[in-house]
Design a protein around this ligand. Structure first.
Ligand code: ATP
Length: 198
């Protein structure tokens, strides 16, 4: 039975924090593969992603290109409405019956977990794997919930978008190919930054 990590997020943009914890999960849990699942829209975020779906997907694919155990799923981008992890896991579980599923989360995301759509169903389908994150309470283990050894990197997409808006470089904070894509397309430079609720 192979061990598959599912890593959901808006990845707006994907950054070295995401990649470092996914890599740590491969190594320390360990996992055989990690599937990154960009969300169309995160149900608990009060704003829509700034970059287009195509740009977020291109950046994610470029970011993982060097690691054969990483792949990207378009499942949530192809589905209408907010992206519920429970639905994604439900579909995946039906498709990859031979795999044991793990859901990778940062310490901030696990704080909200009970407010997610169908949290009980999520933990029936997958074991939660939590990485500590600076600024969030240290996660604790529990039933179907493991804390794994990952580097604590104080970096967030929000902070990177704000840097780019000020005209600052994101080089070394995102993989080179992602940085080039952001530069070439002028992403996050003059994009709408006021919170949206739809
Ligand atoms: P934003 O700043 O836009 O809210 P983010 O940096 O938190 O974005 P997301 O794409 O929303 O990134 O995160 C996807 C998942 O990755 C979440 O589970 C989040 O907790 C986790 N994550 C993101 N950055 C880190 C980090 N530096 N350390 C640990 N976990 C992280």
């Amino acid at each position: 039975m192979s061990r598959l990590g599912i890593f959901g997020g808006t990845f707006d943009p994907v950054h070295v924090g995401h990649l470092a914890i996914a890599s740590a999960a491969l190594e320390s849990v360990p996992l055989d593969r990690v599937l990154f699942v960009p969300a169309k829209r995160s149900p608990l975020k009060d704003r829509l992603p700034l970059a287009s779906e195509a740009d977020r997907l291109t950046m994610l694919e470029a970011a993982i290109a060097g690691e054969p155990r990483f792949s990207v799923s378009r499942a949530e981008l192809e589905r209408e409405g907010p992206s519920y992890t429970a639905d994604t896991l439900e579909r995946l579980a039906g498709r990859v019956e031979q795999d044991q599923l793990f859901l990778i989360l940062g310490g901030d995301a696990v704080v909200d977990f009970e407010r997610w759509h169908r949290p009980d169903r999520i933990v029936q389908l997958a074991t939660l794997l939590v990485a500590a994150r600076p600024g969030a309470p240290d996660p604790v283990e529990g039933e179907r919930r493991l804390v794994f050894d990952a580097p604590r990197l104080d970096i967030s997409s929000r902070e990177l978008r704000a840097r780019a808006l000020r005209g600052r470089s994101l080089r070394y904070l995102v993989p080179d190919a992602v940085w080039r894509h952001i530069e070439e397309h002028g992403l996050y430079r003059a994009m709408e930054t006021t919170p949206r609720t739809t």
